[in-house]
Design a protein around this ligand. Structure first.
Ligand SMILES: [Zn+2]
Length: 155
């Protein structure tokens, strides 16, 4: 993986920005035209144009955010994989209670493997998966995704 490459492909970003611009133009034109008409029936088609503009802006924004998020996770996995295990002296501890090799700290939105680097330096506690999910946590996109992908790749 080339970490110096742009986060998102330039063509995709340009397309999304063009879609956003088009959406804003549709919203402004729709609003302007609808505002100049007295009867609701006459405003309706311009309102539809505005709603279409809002949808285009929302679609482009969601697409950009999802693409960027995926790319950040990919880079983070690459970065963590390239770090040596000895880079971090054991300045942190994991308190494992019961079954748990899955850990999280108070207020964390995701649970991790005890070996995950995203838990280093944090006061994490081990619990089983169901307890984490009952607390509203989701699996880590870095350590648990890598594990499930490796497991799935085995014959
Ligand atoms: Zn993790």
């Amino acid at each position: 993986m080339n970490v110096t490459s742009p986060v998102l492909p330039a063509r995709g970003v340009r397309f999304c920005f063009a879609l956003v611009t088009l959406g804003w133009v549709a919203m402004v034109v729709g609003w302007y035209e609808a505002a100049g008409r007295v009867r609701v029936e006459d405003q309706l088609s311009w309102t539809v144009l505005s709603v279409g503009g809002v949808s285009a802006v929302a679609l482009a924004t969601v697409t950009l955010v999802l693409a960027a998020r995926g790319r950040v996770e990919e880079r983070l996995r690459f970065l963590l994989a390239s770090m040596e295990e000895d880079d971090y002296p054991a300045s942190w501890t994991v308190t494992v209670e019961g079954i748990g090799t899955l850990v999280a700290a108070e207020g964390m939105a995701r649970y991790h493997l005890a070996s995950c680097r995203l838990t280093h330096g944090k006061p994490v506690r081990g619990m089983d998966r169901l307890a984490h999910e009952a607390a509203g946590r989701r699996p880590c996109g870095v350590c648990l995704r890598a594990t499930s992908a490796a497991t799935a790749a085995r014959p």
